[in-house]
Structures are given as structure tokens and as C-alpha cells.
Design a protein around this ligand. Structure first.
Ligand code: EPU
Length: 341
């Protein structure tokens, strides 16, 4: 059941070259447990791979790659307040969004077309157009890679933050590399209420004259908006936003605005201000540029792309050059969003 020398180029959306010395596909909690209980593989360092959409391979990963392929979509609970659905970690995220809409269940439509699998969604608390995974999260099932025990985690245990969770941290209390998420349960509140605060969605409402869109309508808008400005990984390798939007103090923001009045910024509830990293990168002249075979997408400076045959090192060289110029001009350190292996 362990495959040897598997190319990972087709298993990461940036299309970067890397080889798994050994790769095992798991389709259930029991399958993960078999790996943990295995006399040899149980002790080997492991890397968990989902859809590979938030990953930069700069080298070959740990001796054993666990490719999560747990299937399944079902409604597990229903009452007056909400419907709880459960999806296998190996299910494609967008397929889950489509399935819920087919069942007449709204709630995930703002997160349509986000690349990757269901199991990867909680790792970086995916989000788009005003809704984050944590806003719809119920619980998840994971298998501990040391004990083989199946555990259930609620939102609190996952410690969700902006593109962050306990699964991204390897230090004390962190779960990166220590467990495999096998199922995710989402809570879709009743009655459904649209989330239309984002400028792009407001614009669609104005342009179409639709004041009370259905979940399907919002889904269609989000798909159209994303398709217009984000590259399809099947056509042009990319990992979505490459940097997080930085958050600065109100004072820092005032200084920056004084120098660059056009800067796109969003005040947050706690008094801090979120800056649009895409705007900062764009302002430094990076849009459409390339370093080696890695480049900055023409329509959205926050997305780095593989122009064909790029290595992870080339992508990181480009990323560092962007970080350096944004730091030089604005004094802000951009933090990469994907996990670098
Ligand atoms: N902008 C520019 N130039 C650019 C790119 C953006 O001036 O090259 C400006 C835009 O005009 C806009 C602002 O920056 O005023 C923000 O851009 P956008 O609305 O496209 O959103 P974003 O900040 O680039 C974030 C998420 C996306 C998510 C969208 C919509 C992060 C790092 N990115 O992007 O998530 O889809 O909002 O909610 O938070 C992802 O994480 O991979 C991702 C795609």
C-alpha cells in the first residue's frame, strides 16, 4: 500500500517539482491507524498532503507522505437553528460547496472556488468575501499520528485566526505534523442570511439590480469575481494569495497614509488596520513581473505563479525580493500564507 518515488508535481497547485520517497493514501481513520501502528512507518517522520493548494515545495518532503483521500458527504444533524453537514477530508472543497447548494443549503457560497480539499480548509482557516471557515465550523475529526487515537476538536481547540489555526504551528500545543484531519463538520445556520458586505459583491448587486440574491446567486457572483482575477491552478500554477494582508497599528497606518494616501486599508474592530498586501506589492511595481520562471500574476499582485517549470527556490527568491521592496518602501514585513516545505 506504500507507493515509492511518487512525483508530487501534479499534487501541488503551484506545480513545483518534488518527490515523495514513499506515499500512502488513506481513506478512513482506520487507514491512518494502520500507518501509525506499522512497525516501520509508525515511527517515520510524516507529511500530510491534502490538495496541495497552500504549499511551496523547496525540497523533497519527509520520508512518508500521507495523502488524505477520505470521501463522503452527508447531513449529520438538523434542527430549527442549523443544519450540520460532514465531509470527508479528501473531498474537494468546491465540490462540498456545490453539494450543499444542491441540497438547498446556503452558507458556504462566499467560499466558492477556493482550491484545495476539505481537510486543508481548517488548517489555514480559509476565507473569502466576508466569510471564513471558522464562521461555519462545527467540529472536526482527526487521528493522532503518535497514538493513533481518533479525536474530535471544536472551534476553540482549533484556535482559528486569520489564515491560521493550531494545525499550522509545530511548537508546544501546536498540531502541525502531529495529526491527520479526516472529517470536517460545518454548521449552516437557519434561516440562511446572505453576507454581502464586500465591495465586489455590492458592485454586483448594483450592476444587476438584484437586491435580495439567493445563495445560488451569491455563489454565481463569487465564481465570476474569482474567475476574473484569480488564475485557475489547472491552467497556471499558483497557491492563491501568497502573502497575508498585514495588520498594523492605527498610528503606523496614519504614517503610511500620510506618505501614500491611496493605500487600500480596512479598519478592524480592535483599532488596528488591515492593509491590502496586493496593493502594496502592486505599488512597488511587481505586477506582471518575473524572476526566473516564477512570476507575479498580471491581474492580482498577491498571487505568485509558476510560468512553467519553476522550482520552489525560484518562487521563494521572487517572494523574498517582493518582501524586501515592500519593506524598503513601506516598512512592512509581508508574511507568506502558504506552508513552505
Ligand atoms: N489590489 C491592488 N492591486 C493588486 C491586488 C489588489 O491594488 O494587484 C487592491 C484591490 O484593488 C483591492 C485590495 O487591494 O482594493 C484588496 O484586493 P482583493 O479584494 O482582491 O482581496 P485580497 O486582499 O487581495 C483577500 C484574500 C483572498 C480572498 C479575497 C476576497 C488574503 C491574503 N487574501 O484577497 O484569499 O479571496 O480577499 O475575500 O486574505 C487566499 O487566501 O488564497 C485568497 C485568495
Amino acid at each position: 500500500m506504500v507507493e515509492e518515488g511518487v512525483s508530487l508535481r501534479g499534487l501541488n497547485t503551484l506545480g513545483l517539482p518534488a518527490t515523495a520517497a514513499n506515499l500512502v493514501r488513506v481513506d478512513s481513520e482506520a487507514a491512518v491507524r494502520r500507518v501509525v501502528d506499522h512497525p516501520h512507518w509508525g515511527l517515520a517522520p510524516k507529511m500530510v498532503l491534502g490538495g496541495g493548494s497552500n504549499l511551496v515545495f523547496t525540497r523533497d518532503p519527509s520520508p512518508l507522505v500521507i495523502k488524505v483521500e477520505v470521501p463522503g458527504l452527508r447531513v449529520v444533524h438538523e434542527d430549527a437553528q442549523a443544519v450540520v453537514v460532514e465531509a470527508g477530508a479528501g473531498v474537494d472543497w468546491h465540490a462540498l460547496v456545490c453539494w450543499t447548494l444542491e441540497q438547498g443549503l446556503g452558507g458556504l457560497e462566499n467560499m466558492a472556488l477556493i482550491p484545495g480539499t476539505v481537510g486543508a480548509a481548517p488548517v489555514q482557516n480559509i476565507g473569502a468575501y466576508g466569510v471564513e471557515l471558522k464562521d461555519r465550523f462545527h467540529s472536526l475529526v482527526a487521528v493522532d499520528l503518535i497514538t493513533g487515537r481518533t479525536v474530535e476538536l471544536d472551534a476553540r481547540a482549533c484556535a482559528f485566526g486569520y489564515r491560521d489555526s493550531v494545525f499550522k504551528h509545530s511548537g508546544f500545543g501546536g498540531l502541525a505534523g502531529k495529526s491527520v484531519i479526516t472529517r470536517v463538520r460545518l454548521r449552516l445556520p437557519r434561516p440562511w442570511q446572505p453576507v454581502l458586505g464586500y465591495l465586489d459583491l455590492q458592485k454586483r448587486m448594483e450592476d444587476t439590480g438584484v437586491r435580495e440574491p439567493s445563495a445560488q446567486q451569491v455563489f454565481d457572483w463569487v465564481c465570476a469575481i474569482r474567475r476574473a482575477k484569480l488564475p485557475d491552478p489547472a491552467v497556471l500554477g499558483n497557491a492563491g494569495s501568497f502573502f497575508k494582508n498585514p495588520v498594523v497599528s492605527a498610528e503606523q497606518c496614519r504614517d503610511i497614509i500620510a506618505r501614500d494616501p491611496a493605500i487600500v486599508h480596512y479598519p478592524l474592530e480592535d483599532g488596528t488596520v488591515k492593509l491590502a498586501a496586493g496593493w502594496l506589492i502592486d505599488a512597488c511595481g511587481w505586477k506582471g513581473r518575473s524572476v526566473g520562471r516564477a512570476g507575479v500574476y498580471e491581474k492580482q499582485a498577491l498571487v505568485l505563479v509558476n510560468r512553467g517549470g519553476a522550482t520552489g527556490a525560484e518562487v521563494l527568491t521572487l517572494a523574498r525580493a517582493i518582501q524586501a521592496s515592500v519593506y524598503e518602501r513601506f516598512g512592512i514585513r509581508l508574511e507568506p500564507e502558504p506552508v513552505v516545505v
